[in-house]
Design a protein. Structure first.
Length: 119
């Protein structure tokens, strides 16, 4: 199992757990930890990892830094990040603009009617 936290904080940002894995002695591999659709953010992080085999247990803790340009490059490669347009937001903005136009039009119409009465 593995967890990733922001350096100096206790909140777990990401975690992964896998069972029934096998590995050859003195070897290594990349253990994927899903960001669950989140974007990489630059900063200092801490990885805490635990491996168990029978009665044996090994623990690692490693600090690492993600630079801004590295985070940007990784985010561009990540296919799980939703980069689609938020249509609810677009619709809300259009509705607000439409309502503002109606209000301005009504105010102008009222002002013109008042000007005609004054003449």
């Amino acid at each position: 199992e593995a967890t990733v936290q922001k350096a100096g904080e206790e909140e777990i940002l990401y975690q992964a757990s896998q069972e029934q894995m096998q590995m050859a002695p003195n070897s290594n591999f990349n253990f994927p930890i899903s960001l669950e659709g989140d974007r990489f953010r630059s900063g200092d992080y801490v990885l805490k990892m635990t491996a168990r085999s029978g009665e044996e247990e090994w623990e690692w803790e490693r600090k690492f830094t993600i630079e801004a340009d590295e985070a940007r490059a990784l985010n561009q490669q990540d296919v799980t990040i939703d980069t689609s347009i938020n249509w609810w937001l677009v619709a809300a903005v259009i509705l607000i603009l439409f309502l503002l136009l109606i209000i301005v039009w009504l105010l102008i119409k009222k002002q013109r009617a008042k000007n005609k009465e004054d003449q």
